[in-house]
Design a protein around this ligand. Structure first.
Ligand code: AMP
Length: 412
């Protein structure tokens, strides 16, 4: 079972054709399940239990199938030290409520208490191990720690997409010692995103935004080998506009990436990919401070930004152009806001794209983070085919990287 991350130009079928919990016999077996229970908390109280709720289908399936379920997760960044602030105590309590059965939290991860509680499990019962990051060997993917963790169980299920891009003991290493399959959450992520990248219904349109070109270099490069249309908005668009020879005033600009932008525009042309950049832009004198402060704006063509003004959102014509591309596509992937969406005056471009995805008949996929939050806040989430639960992980997926937490699972 390999767990090395290798950049791959094209997705092997094995990247998204993984065995699931329904492909193995779990009755009477102790099953270690890696979840993402890294929920936001304030003063020891969970402020959103979304991630716990999302993990329930996998847990309930295993319970009903008579498995002896050993859940594990990280919480925050305790840096390898035991710190009650990062305990999974509140998660165990919430899980108990949601499942209607007591979910005991073990006092340790692979110590005596975990071993005793795991051994005492009966069919259909569930326990939760304490925060795996309380042991510094977790993030080092230490083989001995992985082996000890694996020794608690007979099967391993990964259902934590948000950490699947990390090669840690509980997300990947443990699969060296146990038969490993995915849960429903990862199955959905790789089923939809994997198919979109490996065998998309066309036209396939990708919309990228966000602040910096530098953060999306590999994503742009990889998507250019797959899509029919690549749309670039947000702060990163201005370096592309500058590379076209436009004056961009005081807009976000990365001088070191101008050549890269030129190369990408050339690559798009060579590959016959339509590359859409903003044709008009919302400009202001300065970046709003605080970010949601009232701001005076105008809309100008992208090649007419005055020297003392900065572009902070896509303009109305661009919104229509991008929305039209999304609506006439069969597959749309979107990652990153079109402007400074934290400010209501500068959120229109991001809203227009979110709305276009919601109204599109296409398979629509939104990569985590800001764009996912925008869809949720605007009430469009239920009209999007798939909102990824992993920000970093979904970006790495779009980059064409093999995610260690998925590569380690058994192929169908
Ligand atoms: P990222 O973290 O790369 O996804 O970028 C998200 C951030 O980009 C948000 O906080 C936006 O406010 C910011 N952003 C988007 N468009 C612009 C722009 N034109 N100028 C400055 N910042 C922007």
């Amino acid at each position: 079972m390999k767990k090395n991350r290798n950049a791959k130009e094209n997705y092997p079928m094995s990247m998204y054709n993984k065995k699931t919990i329904e492909d193995i016999e779990v009755k009477g077996k102790r099953v270690l399940v890696r979840c993402d229970f890294n929920v936001p908390q304030k003063e020891g109280k969970i402020t959103s239990d979304k991630r716990i709720v999302e993990a329930l289908p996998t847990i309930k399936y295993l319970m009903n199938a008579g498995a002896r379920v050993i859940l594990c997760s990280h919480m925050g960044k305790p840096k390898g030290e035991i710190n009650p602030k990062y305990s999974l105590c509140a998660v165990a309590a919430r899980l108990s409520e949601l499942l209607g059965t007591n979910v005991a939290l073990t006092a340790d991860i692979i110590g005596e208490d975990a071993k005793a509680k795991a051994a005492a499990l009966k069919d259909g019962e569930v326990i939760l191990l304490e925060n795996v990051r309380f042991d510094k060997r977790e993030e080092k993917n230490d083989p001995e720690f992985s082996r000890e963790l694996a020794s608690l169980a007979e099967l391993y299920v990964n259902d934590a997409f948000g950490t699947a891009h990390r090669a840690h003991a509980s997300t990947a290493g443990v699969a060296d010692y146990l038969p490993a399959v995915c849960g429903y959450l990862i199955q959905k992520e790789i089923g939809i995103m994997g198919k979109a990248l490996a065998d998309p219904a066309r036209p396939f349109v990708a919309i990228l935004g966000g602040a910096k070109v530098a953060d999306k270099l590999k994503v742009i490069d990889n998507l250019l080998t797959k899509v029919d249309t690549l749309i670039i908005g947000g702060g990163m668009a201005y370096t592309f506009l500058a590379a076209k020879g436009y004056s961009i005033g005081t807009s976000l600009f990365d001088a070191e990436k101008v050549d890269y932008c030129r190369d990408m525009m050339k690559k798009a042309e060579e590959k016959g990919v339509k590359l859409l950049l903003p044709v008009d832009t919302v400009i202001a004198k300065a970046f709003p401070d605080p970010i949601d402060a009232p701001v005076d704006v105008q809309i100008v063509p992208s090649n007419a930004i005055p020297a003392d003004m900065m572009g902070l959102d896509i303009g109305t014509e661009t919104r229509a152009l991008f929305a039209d591309a999304a609506k006439t596509a069969k597959t749309v992937v979107w990652n990153g806001p079109m402007g400074v969406f934290e400010n209501p005056t500068l959120a229109e471009g991001t809203i227009a794209v979110a709305r276009a995805l919601a109204e599109s008949e296409a398979t629509t996929i939104v990569g985590g983070g800001d764009s996912a939050a925008a869809c949720e806040q605007l009430g469009f989430a239920d009209r999007i085919t798939h909102i990824s639960t992993g920000g970093g992980a979904s970006l790495e997926f779009l980059e064409g990287l093999e995610l260690p937490g998925i590569a380690c699972l058994q192929d169908k």
